[in-house]
Write a protein that binds this ligand. Sequence first.
Ligand SMILES: [Zn+2]
Length: 473
Amino acid sequence: MTKFRLFVLSFLAISFFAFISCQQAEQNNPKAKYVFFFIGDGMGVSQVLATEAFQSAMTGEGNHIPLGFREFPEAGLSTTYAANRFITGSAAAGTALATGYKTNIGRISMDTSGTVPFETIAEKAKKKGMKVGIISSVSIDHATPAVFYAHQPNRGMYFEIGLDLAASNIDFFGGGGFRKPEGEFEGEKIKIIELAQQNGFEYINTKAAFGALTPSDHKVLFVNPGLTGGEAMLYAIDQPEGYISLADITKKAIELLDNENGFFMMVEGGKIDWVCHANDAATTVYEVLDFSAAVDVAVSFYKQHPDETLILVTADHETGGLGLGSNVMKYESDYSLLAHQKVSGEAFNKILSDWRKDNHINEKGFKKMLMLLEENFGFGGEEAPIALSRGEKETLKKAFMAYDLSQESEYGNYNRLTYVATEILAHRAGLGWTTYSHTGVAVPVYTIGVYSTAFSGNIDNTDIPKLIWETIE
Ligand SMILES: [Zn+2]
């Protein structure tokens, strides 16, 4: 058979299958009353599988324990490129996921020129009479949550995004706070939260008030009382007992939004991206576990309403170029080593700053630093959980000696010493990173419930809201 004939035959076969699937879509287009849209920011297949391998390794005996959403019956792969760049950013990718349109880097649900707003799936669901919830572990004016309710030419316009939030008719906002809670609008000083209250939002900022929330007709703006850098919630690895988690907020949102017209809910695990920017593998797996626990809450709801619920779990892009393998370990891996890291890189940075107040950057200081590294990463001599090689110790020492020259980065503000420590740990566990930025790989799409089959196979991020809308409208 010639190559050309083979090509024509495969083209015909593909057309036939496309025809069949279109037919199916038109014939059975079951309607979902309850839609959960989960976005793990920066969560590629590697982040998911590394977390699963970590979870499995921690139980020992060669067990394999999948994450709940990895057992969903349908899976697809979504391309993520932006209109003007192959490797996308959260704003452009989020716009695609929220509106079905490609746009330029930085736009918040606006066209490439930054002048024409795109209607979002959350706004369309509201118009249809559904209740809508927007939840994120990072600040609620951050790119991913913003693309569902705001329209701005630039993701950095936090104050304007906040104004859009206050003016919106979204029923529930929950998670992080505001990057720019105050500003000037038409000559008047505005506090976003006060403006939101004037526009009918009940503002909740304590654990007691959060617990006491019950379904009502007014809109709710919940800002977690325990926030850290960037007005985001604490990393899962750093959360104290009793902390209001992403899963807790998801559970509360279900209680508040459940009504006879149904609901649409977007839940973002926003800090998976931040730790992947920092190449912090241990914090990543705890972040994915935390995100997965929020999905499990939706799954419990799904089990009570299997014929009316759609749950979709995806990512806006992958971050860090995480690979499941390292040159240090070659064909071996031991993900349980990640458990020796006790705090996030962000929290370790704080420990380092405090330590620096009473200590010096010299030989003696390094000996003391090694004790701190053993405590927080398990690194040390022969008897330590992770015995450092001479080369690893040298790398740590070099970063330590350059401590006061370390640059702070946008994501996580990690000190160079923290980067080196988390990198050594990742390599020893059998993981590797290629970049501190995003990558262009396709991301997974896991679905269960009504219309879930529509999302399987190879799709584009712009297909996702279009397909969701097919099952809502
Ligand atoms: Zn992102």
